[in-house]
Every structure is written in C-alpha cells, then in structure tokens.
Ligand binder design. Structure first.
Ligand code: FAD
Length: 450
C-alpha cells in the first residue's frame, strides 16, 4: 500500500522523494542541533507549492506524522519526525524584491541570509534574526527577534501576507483583509495552522551600515557594570539593541548593536563610560549583511546544543546577581548566559493585535551550552537548567521559539509563551484550521476537540 502510493506520487513531484539509504536522505534529515538523530520513513523535498500539497495529502493518507523543515534550527528538532514524513522546504528559496513598493516575497524554505542579501542590494531590510542560516519559516512564524525589531517591530509585525497549505491540502492566503483571523494567528502562533509557502514582507530603508560596541569586564566587576548598562538601556534610542553575555571564559561582555548610521552611536559610546573600566573594548563598524552573519560560525550546525530562555519585564539587582552566578556552585560547570533588549516598536503593538504575546518584555534571557561528546549530555543540560532556574523567579513568560525542553514545549510551554487571552484565541483557530492536530510537531496549540 505504502509503496503503491509513494511510487504514484514520485512521478508527480517537482522535487524529490527520499527514503532511507537514498542520496541526500541523511543530509536532509540532519538539523542544527547535533543531538537530533531521527530517521523519517520518507522525506519529500518540496520544490513547489503543489509538492507541499502532495506531501500533506500523502502523509494523511499513510497516517504518517508530519515534520516541517525550513532552516532546521529548532533546538528540539521538530522538523524531523521519527518514522514519519518530513516535508523539507529547503528547495523553496525564491525571493522577489520590489524596491519601489518596499516589499519582498520569499518562499517558505528560505534562510534569513537569502532575504538579507536580496533586500540589501537596495539598502532595504526587514527584521530578521541574528544568524543568517536560521530559517525565515520557523523564525517568522514564532515572532522573529532581530537587530531591527526595536525600530520596525518583530519579523511577524512586518509580514503583509502569508500563502499557506492547510491540513486538508488547500492553498489559502492570509492578510489583514483576507482571513484576518488566520493572519492574526500566524503572527506568532508558529507552525500550528499549516505550511507557509510564501511570506510577503514590508521593507525599510535602513541603509547598509551598522556598529557593534562591546565592553568586556572580569566577573568581579560585572555586577556594577550590568547595573549601569541596565540603567542606560532605559534611555536607549530605538536603533540600538543592548546586549549582555557571560561566556564560558567567565568574562562579561556588555554593549549594544546599532543598526543605522554609526554616527548616531556617539552619545551612547560616551555614556558607556559609566559602566566602569573594561578589560577590553571593541567598537566596530560593519555592513548590515556582515552583522547578520557575524555569529554564523559560532552558531554552526552539528554541535550538541541545549538552551533555555525567559522573558524579563524588569531586571532588578537580584536578577543581575542571579544572571552572573548562573545557578552554579563553586566548581560546577557554568553555561553561557545572554540578554537582548526588547522594547521600542515591539512594545508599540498591543498584545491582542497578534498571537505573539509578552510585548512588554524588557530583556530576553537565554542560557545555553554547546559540546561534542555525548558523554557530557547530562552535565551540560543540567547546568543550563540550573542557570535557567536561577532566573525563573524574575521571569514573565518565554519566547515561543525558545521553548526547548521535552517537558516544557508542550501545554505548559505554550501557556508560558502566550497570554491566556491569546492562547484561548489560538485554540479556536486551531479548531478551525487543524482540528485533528496534523501539525503537532511544534510548540503545540492543542485543539479543544481532541
Ligand atoms: P526548523 O527546525 O526548520 O523549523 C522549526 C519549526 O518551525 C518546524 O518544525 C515547523 O513547525 C515550523 N516551520 C518552519 N518553517 C515553516 C513553514 N514554512 N511553514 C510552517 N511551519 C514552519 N529566533 C529569533 O527570533 N531571533 C534570533 O536572532 C534567533 N537566532 C537563532 C540562532 C540560532 C543559531 C538558533 C538555533 C535559533 C535562533 N532563533 C532565533 C530561534 C529560531 O527562531 C527558532 O529556532 C526557529 O524555529 C527556527 O526556524 P527554522 O526554520 O530555522 O527551523
């Protein structure tokens, strides 16, 4: 039965059907987090919207679990279903820019770097994440935080329309005027409602220049420096996104990324003297596309990874201490921790305007660890969990795309990621678009009818 169905679809595909052992099968199922090693029964590498429709219908006919792959960055490897059907969107990378109309249409399997490169040819851009090999699909559907968000909103705030394949294999469009309920839900509701084959983005004339400022402090100087950094953040211009990281080397690096004319950084650079005397300073101008690729190597594919996150509405002194200590006792392994500022245009949008919730967030906190040897899995994940637990008392919510744990990515996780009102509305939408929860390998909104 399976063979009869699959041999029939193979001839209809613009892309490829891959089974275990086929050339390209292992490449397609390999995702960013080296801990994920799942083997789909089949993979459809979709090269057209029709292929996506065929893939959804085939999976339903064969009763196979569906995984949807764009950039493959889901830390939990949601894209790869064990023994299911993986719909690999990576051949769908087409992008069309309308510089006069300040619009870009990009297909649902493209990486952020494709979007940035295409739009920067005209000095334009829209909000995208900080690593260019992240997928436009997963990032935008969860919200999409990046260096332009404080000026222009999250990636999802800049989507004008979506083209989506539903669980029934129907192709629909959603915008403010077409299916506005679905448009609302796709702005932060993740991959719960269907497979987006095209995003239409609004673009902004950002030019091509940026500046990164980083001030490094030894750990014993980190607490007063972080207090001054926090206070300066309250007055920061929207072009500047404050960042703070403590790495495995126990050095605290505090600073900001300015997406725009570096001349605009003068006042902030002066004010950063209030942080104290750093052990090292790095003030670097770079192009926007270089900024967007800056972390690509550190964040490369195939290493073993574990991370957790929280949203913080405030950053009181006690939270600063917890951030620096990272939940570790003397001698314990300490994971990296980081903060990135929200605010500005993100908070201009009321929470009820889109599924994305927690717009009053001040900083997003993340803790993570990277390693190679599977023997270290337990010690590494335990350390990151302790570090996240130390910050939990100060947290209000979490970024849905940062839910990364077996025990928290389910119902409890989505309850943390959305306001109760938005979650209730998402369930209504799920009931309407995917009542059988065909799309459940994600931060899942469970239908009420299940
Ligand atoms: P995938 O694993 O391919 O997809 C994840 C899930 O998204 C899929 O399982 C599916 O449910 C859904 N999905 C993907 N594409 C589609 C589609 N076209 N239609 C329907 N559903 C789809 N987030 C930020 O906001 N800002 C950042 O700067 C940022 N940086 C990151 C850097 C790294 C190195 C990593 C690993 C993650 C980062 N993230 C960031 C988090 C990121 O947004 C999520 O991991 C996101 O899910 C990645 O999307 P993807 O397409 O690459 O992943």
């Amino acid at each position: 039965m399976t063979t009869a169905i699959t041999s029939g679809i193979e001839s209809r595909l613009d892309g490829q059907l891959l089974r275990p052992g086929d050339d390209g099968y292992d490449e397609s199922r390999t995702v960013w987090n080296g801990m994920i090693d799942r083997r789909p029964r089949m993979i459809i590498r979709a090269a057209s919207v029709d292929d996506v429709v065929t893939a959804v219908r085939t999976a339903r006919e064969l009763d196979l679990e569906i995984g949807v792959r764009c950039g493959g960055h889901s830390g939990m490897g949601f894209a790869v279903p064990q023994d299911g059907l993986m719909i690999d969107l990576t051949p769908l990378t087409g992008v069309r820019v309308d510089p006069a109309g300040r619009r870009a249409r990009i297909q649902g399997g493209a990486l952020l770097g494709v979007l940035d490169r295409a739009t920067q040819r005209y000095g334009l851009a829209t909000t995208a994440g900080n690593v260019s090999h992240t997928g436009v699909g997963g990032l935008t559907l969860g919200g999409g935080m990046g260096w332009l968000a404080r000026q222009y909103g999250l990636a999802c705030d800049n989507v004008l329309s979506y083209t989506m394949v539903t669980a029934d294999g129907e192709v629909v469009r959603a915008s403010r005027t077409e299916r506005p309920d679905l448009f609302w839900g796709l702005r932060g509701g993740g991959g719960n409602f269907g497979i987006v084959t095209e995003f239409e983005f609004r673009l902004h004339p950002i030019g091509t220049r940026t500046l990164v400022a980083e001030y490094t402090f030894s750990l014993d100087k980190a607490i007063p420096a972080l207090k001054a950094w926090r206070d300066l953040n309250a007055e920061a211009p929207r072009e500047a996104t404050f960042t703070a990281d403590i790495g495995r080397d126990d050095q605290a690096t505090l600073g900001f990324v300015l997406a725009g004319d570096p001349e605009r950084a003068g006042r902030l650079l002066h004010d950063f003297q209030s942080l104290g005397r750093p052990t090292a300073t790095n003030i670097t101008e770079m192009s926007y596309t270089d900024l967007q690729r800056r972390e690509d190597t550190v964040e490369r594919h195939s290493l073993r990874r574990y991370s957790k996150g929280h949203y913080l509405r405030q950053f009181p002194d006690a939270a600063i201490e917890a951030f620096v200590h990272r939940g570790a006792s003397d001698g314990d392994f300490r994971p990296s921790v980081g903060l990135q500022a929200y605010g500005g245009a993100i908070a201009d949008v009321p929470d009820e305007d889109s599924a994305f919730s927690h717009r009053a967030t001040l900083f997003e906190f993340g803790t993570g660890t990277t390693w190679i040897d599977p023997a270290d899995d337990e010690i590494r994940t335990a350390a990151a969990r302790r570090s996240a637990a130390a910050m939990a008392p100060f947290a209000q919510g979490v970024y849905v795309n940062a839910l990364s744990d077996e025990d928290t990515a389910g119902a409890d996780g989505v309850r943390r990621a959305y306001s109760p009102e938005n979650l209730a509305r998402l369930v209504v939408l799920k009931d309407s678009y995917d009542p059988h929860n065909v799309f459940h390998l994600n931060q899942n909104i469970q239908p009420s009818t299940r």
